[in-house]
Design a protein around this ligand. Structure first.
Ligand code: C2E
Ligand code: MG
Ligand code: MG
Ligand code: MG
Length: 287
């Protein structure tokens, strides 16, 4: 068939695909070098607790400070890092950097309550992951509750029972767990059945058109009711407008995260959250 219809084989060898393969290889090699050269950065985005009226924690989000291309968002490299396995050393670097930064904040006498770190499946399944988490906590003198791990459905896909056992060990140590992008996977409910976590993060796709899509209001209402009945805190991601904030507040959401509160920023700016007079949150923060 491929011989008879040359298009199939041509497509396979098309310059476009060759180029893409070469680009991937070079991007992968470049990422390896970047890790050695210290080109990755961690930015931090605030999570505002609506009842405590304070920023109780931050989410750590990795960026690549590329010498020519500038700051690159994780959307452009995380998937390839996962495919190539580079996510393991990269993710462990993020964890160590977060531990170091938390220690520095504590030494300054001004630290967030916790930092949430995104976990990839490969990293969770990697040899000695629990030990490396413990080492970061010990070396920086951090209480385990200072660290939150954000997991997604993919974390439980490969070797489910082993992943759950690892996460349970971490929870037993006092590390907090949250489910990221909740509601988007095929088996969101099934994690809740198999794994005890501290919080659910409602995916931003449900938050985005909360005001125009009544279906999303129903979904968010249901997630909040479900989470609360399991005694979990609910975090809404991607909150951009005062209308979304007001709606989430009425629905009883516990925490919000999004550009309305603050974008991810370098550590030096992460604790200086101030709202200008007139900002919908100006009156909310007690600190
Ligand atoms: P995520 O963990 O679901 O993080 C939320 C993403 O939404 C972040 O994108 C954040 O900057 C963005 N965001 C926050 N508020 C708003 C908003 O109001 N509007 C909009 N439009 N976006 C908002 P970012 O930083 O580009 O990260 C994308 C994804 O990359 C993350 O999604 C996470 O899955 C992954 N990621 C980031 N850092 C790491 C890491 O250290 N390790 C791993 N394994 N994955 C990471
Ligand atoms: Mg996350
Ligand atoms: Mg998310
Ligand atoms: Mg995500």
């Amino acid at each position: 068939q491929a011989k008879a219809d040359g298009r199939g084989s041509l497509r396979f060898f098309s310059p476009e695909i060759m180029l893409r393969a070469r680009e991937r290889l070079s991007l992968e090699a470049e990422m390896r070098r970047a890790l050695e050269r210290g080109e990755f950065r961690v930015h931090y985005q605030p999570q505002l607790h609506l009842y405590e009226r304070a920023v109780t924690g931050l989410e750590a989000l990795v960026r690549w400070q590329h010498p020519e291309r500038g700051l690159i968002a994780p959307g452009a490299f995380i998937a390839l890092a996962e495919e190539s396995g580079l996510i393991v050393p990269l993710g462990n670097w993020v964890l160590r950097e977060v531990g170091r930064q938390m220690r520095a904040w504590l030494d300054e006498g001004r630290a967030p309550g916790y930092v949430a770190v995104n976990l990839s499946a490969l990293q969770l399944g990697s040899e000695g992951f629990v030990d490396s988490v413990q080492a970061v906590l010990r070396e920086n003198g951090l209480a385990p509750g200072r660290l939150e791990l954000e997991i997604t459905e993919s974390c439980l896909m490969a070797d489910r029972s082993r992943a759950i056992a690892t996460l349970e060990t971490l929870r037993g140590l006092g590390v907090r767990l949250s489910i990221d992008d909740f509601g988007t996977g095929y088996s969101s409910m099934s994690y809740l059945q198999h794994l005890r976590v501290h919080r659910l993060k409602i995916d931003m796709s449900f938050v985005r058109d909360l005001e125009t899509n009544p279906g999303n209001v129903s979904i968010v209402t249901a997630i909040i009711a479900l989470g609360h009945s399991l005694e979990l805190d609910i975090v809404a991601e991607g909150v951009e407008t005062p209308e979304q904030l007001a709606r989430l507040q009425r629905l009883g959401c516990d925490l919000i995260q999004g550009y309305l509160i603050g974008r991810p920023v370098p550590a030096a700016e992460a604790l200086d959250l101030r709202f200008a007079p007139g900002h919908p949150l100006a009156g909310l923060l007690s600190v």
